[in-house]
Design a binder for this molecule. Structure first.
Ligand code: LIP
Length: 268
């Protein structure tokens, strides 16, 4: 049996994320899918809550002293700097999920102190499973992935996230600055998938003015292990309060920090 405590947790996480994906798929495109609203343009479905409960219960059973932070149920257990914290988004891209669009995923990351130790992102409707462990690289369906080599603005596409947690003005300024400096942009509706696609070289960067830890805990490890430059997301109380995020190819870090840093609080 593996005695490495993080490897034991990663082994369990791989099983649990697959189970979570199967549970979510049972609701995906179901005509009876019950959806409620948490606020403006912020939906939640019965699947989000069911999948999170499944994950939280299974983790508590196997690792009762670990803390868990989930998008729907909040914090379980006590967050301490030296013990693992499971940071969970049962369905990231809920609006896409509720509309029957396949761009959603289950995201599970484990953080110790202010470092993401491993991350898993499963997009069941696309049959793509990203797994990364700090210092061990990143894979999609078992094959290594790496960020793109694009370093010029004129060939780069930056994926953006936006929510009503911040004024639209900052988001519109970001688009203006990117276009005025030869970058292209797009918006997917899932921060976790956005980071996974940076890791996979499908996008050359991801930026959002404010994002929650459950949207990015897994993606941060996945992007960093694939060679991305990643901002210091876990500074301050980001685990509970969120932060801005930038992840991109190393060559694009300086120009993107110059352009988008001023739009981020705290600065990138
Ligand atoms: C989504 C994030 C995305 C953000 C959306 C939303 P959800 O998470 O992944 O980055 O722009 O507003 O917060 O609500 O689908 O889990």
């Amino acid at each position: 049996m593996n005695t490495d405590p993080l490897a034991q947790r990663l082994e369990l996480a791989i099983t649990l994320v697959r189970e979570a994906g199967a549970r979510a798929m049972r609701h995906f495109r179901s005509p009876d899918l019950v959806t409620a609203s948490k606020g403006l343009q912020d939906p939640v479905t019965v699947a989000d809550r069911e999948v999170e409960r499944h994950l939280v219960d299974a983790i508590a059973q196997r690792f009762p002293s670990d803390a868990v932070i989930g998008e729907e149920g909040g914090a379980h257990g006590t967050v301490r700097v030296d013990t693992p914290v499971w940071v969970i988004d049962p369905i990231d891209g809920t609006d896409n999920f509720a509309r029957g669009l396949p761009l959603w995923c289950v995201s599970v990351g484990v953080v110790v102190g202010s470092r993401a130790e491993f991350g898993l992102i499963l997009a069941p409707a696309l049959d793509e499973f990203y797994v990364a462990r700090r210092g061990h690289g990143c894979t999609r369906n078992g094959a290594p992935v790496h960020v793109s080599s694009r370093g010029e603005a004129g060939r780069a596409r930056i994926n953006l996230g936006y929510s009503r947690r911040r004024p639209a003005a900052g988001h519109l300024q970001c688009i203006e600055r990117l276009l005025a400096n030869d970058f292209e942009y797009s918006r997917l509706g899932s921060g976790a998938l956005g980071l996974a696609y940076v890791a996979d070289g499908r996008f050359d960067g991801y930026w959002e003015a404010h994002i929650n830890s459950w949207d990015v805990a897994a993606g941060l490890c996945i992007a960093a292990e694939a060679g991305a430059w990643v901002s210091d997301f876990f500074a301050g109380d980001a685990l509970h309060a969120g932060n801005p995020i930038l992840a991109c190819t190393p060559a694009l870090a300086a120009p993107l920090r110059r352009l988008l840093g001023p739009l981020s609080t705290p600065a990138l």
